[in-house]
Write a protein that binds this ligand. Structure first.
Ligand SMILES: [Zn+2]
Length: 184
């Protein structure tokens, strides 16, 4: 879930993930986004307080990352190819969802820094990050299955991953591989 804390009129957004960890862990990605993991039993006020205590560090790290020259990895696909690659994958995975009564979605493309894709289940829209051109095909396919699966489960619950497992068993390797791709 996305949360935010405010210090001296500066809003710091962070993504909170519940994990079976002992401490509260905070990570600042090179794109400047803040990721926090904590155990489910830790009260939100404690987590917010922890993030607040790290605000100076977060701002410093974000500035440092912002000043670093962009170092993009070697692309796997050209920018004019990637839309086509994704559309073809959508056509490939769709029959599975068609059987479940899902209408063919509108496919949109955007350049994004913090996510590979998104699903607007009610509007029937899937949005894919053009930066997937920096990912190998298996990872792009994973993102396509992932976003389509959101038509069945609009969250990242256990059920969601059970559905994903059925259609793309090596999703975990792909997800980890994607995490290695730094877009700046
Ligand atoms: Zn998702």
């Amino acid at each position: 879930m996305i949360r935010s804390v405010v210090q001296e009129q500066k809003v710091i957004e962070y993504e909170l993930q519940y994990k079976k960890v002992k401490n509260i862990n905070l990570r600042i990605r090179p794109d400047g986004t803040v990721h926090v993991s904590a155990h489910r039993l830790v009260p939100l006020s404690v987590i917010d307080g922890f993030v607040l205590s790290k605000v100076p560090l977060i701002i410093k790290a974000q500035k440092e990352y912002a000043n670093k020259p962009a170092m993009l990895p070697e692309p796997f696909f050209r920018e004019d190819e990637i839309r086509d690659v994704i559309c073809k994958l959508c056509e490939k995975v769709y029959p599975y969802y068609e059987k479940k009564g899902i209408a063919y979605p509108r496919i949109k493309f955007r350049k994004m820094v913090s996510r590979w894709g998104s699903c607007h289940a009610i509007k029937g829209v899937l949005t894919f990050n053009v930066n997937l051109m920096y990912a190998p095909l298996s990872c792009i396919e994973y993102v396509v299955w992932h976003e389509f699966t959101h038509f069945l489960q609009q969250n990242h619950s256990k059920k969601f991953y059970e559905e994903l497992e059925k259609v793309y068993p090596h999703w975990k390797q792909c997800r980890n591989r994607l995490k290695e791709i730094q877009l700046r």
